[in-house]
Design a binder for this molecule. Structure first.
Ligand SMILES: [Zn+2]
Length: 286
């Protein structure tokens, strides 16, 4: 994914990158947390990603589709309208949107519907109407919801959506760095038990979503060391990785993490995921 000049949190970038691994468009994406501007920017970037007309790294930022989506003036990107004093997406609006999703996109590959502040503006009745659309989602339609607290939405909606969390701080927590380093150590250690032990700590969704991007960052440091460029997180680990693993293996490990993040966002059983991840790390690195 091309992030252009958008100011997107680096941990969120790692997560969003996982979208490229999915062969088809997700039906619904929830952008949760952060501040209003961050959520809006991420929604706009995703609308460009879903409608860009170029191939290769998208969004290109230059085609007509990208320019219009960025200006919030794209015929296939619709911002749901809120009504009344309480600014809610009312039943009538939800009905109109459901009808509109059946129609083909005007010019873009996909149609995008954006519901800003869905946790505050989408009352249960509207959420239930939205759920019906999500249960039988039309092809090539992407719904983007932004929330301050995604848990305020119905769990039935959450389970059908991919949730991306904007971390509070754009820095990795010390304990996550340590756990990530243990995983990397486990990957390069001949004994499998260390890796099993380290991945076995990823049994909480939040932990797994926070730690895997750090693992990827360390692996990137390995690539950086092997091509003589600068490490961004930990040079020592980078050097060890560069010595021990080829660049292509490091890339495959990063891709594996991205796949794992997709699975976590799809609410996979985390015990199974930890075991699978351990096996795949070994397979790629040995
Ligand atoms: Zn474009």
């Amino acid at each position: 994914m091309n992030f252009l000049d958008f100011n997107i949190n680096s941990m969120l970038k790692e997560e969003l990158q996982s979208l490229e691994n999915q062969n088809k468009l997700p039906h619904a994406i929830i952008i949760n947390g952060g501040n209003e501007e961050e959520r809006l920017n991420t929604a706009i970037l995703l609308s460009m990603w879903a409608t860009c007309r170029e191939s290769g790294e998208i969004p290109c930022g230059k085609c007509k589709s990208c320019i219009n989506a960025r200006a919030k003036n794209h015929e296939d990107v619709y911002f749901a309208k809120s009504f009344g004093k309480t600014e809610i997406y009312n039943a009538e609006e939800m009905k109109q949107i459901a009808k509109d999703t059946i129609l083909k996109a005007n010019s873009a590959r996909n149609k995008v519907y954006i519901f800003l502040n869905a946790d505050k503006s989408m009352p249960p009745i509207s959420q239930n109407m939205f759920l019906k659309t999500l249960e039988e989602p039309p092809e090539n339609v992407l719904f983007i919801l932004t929330t301050q607290n995604s848990k305020a939405l119905l769990s039935t909606i959450l389970s059908r959506a991919t949730v991306f969390n904007i971390p509070i701080k754009d820095s990795f927590q010390a304990e996550n760095i340590e756990l990530a380093k243990n995983i990397v150590q486990g990957i390069i250690n001949p004994m499998e038990i260390d890796l099993l032990y380290a991945t076995g700590k990823l049994t909480k969704k939040q932990t797994a979503l926070e730690v895997l991007p750090v693992v990827s960052r360390l692996l990137r440091d390995g690539i950086a060391c092997s091509i003589g460029s600068e490490c961004t997180l930990d040079e020592d680990t980078g050097k060890i990785l560069a010595k021990r693993l080829t660049k292509s293996r490091l890339i495959r490990l990063i891709e594996l993490n991205e796949k794992a993040i997709v699975k976590i966002n799809q609410n996979v059983n985390l015990n199974l995921l930890a075991t699978w991840l351990c096996g795949e790390y070994r397979r790629i690195s040995w």
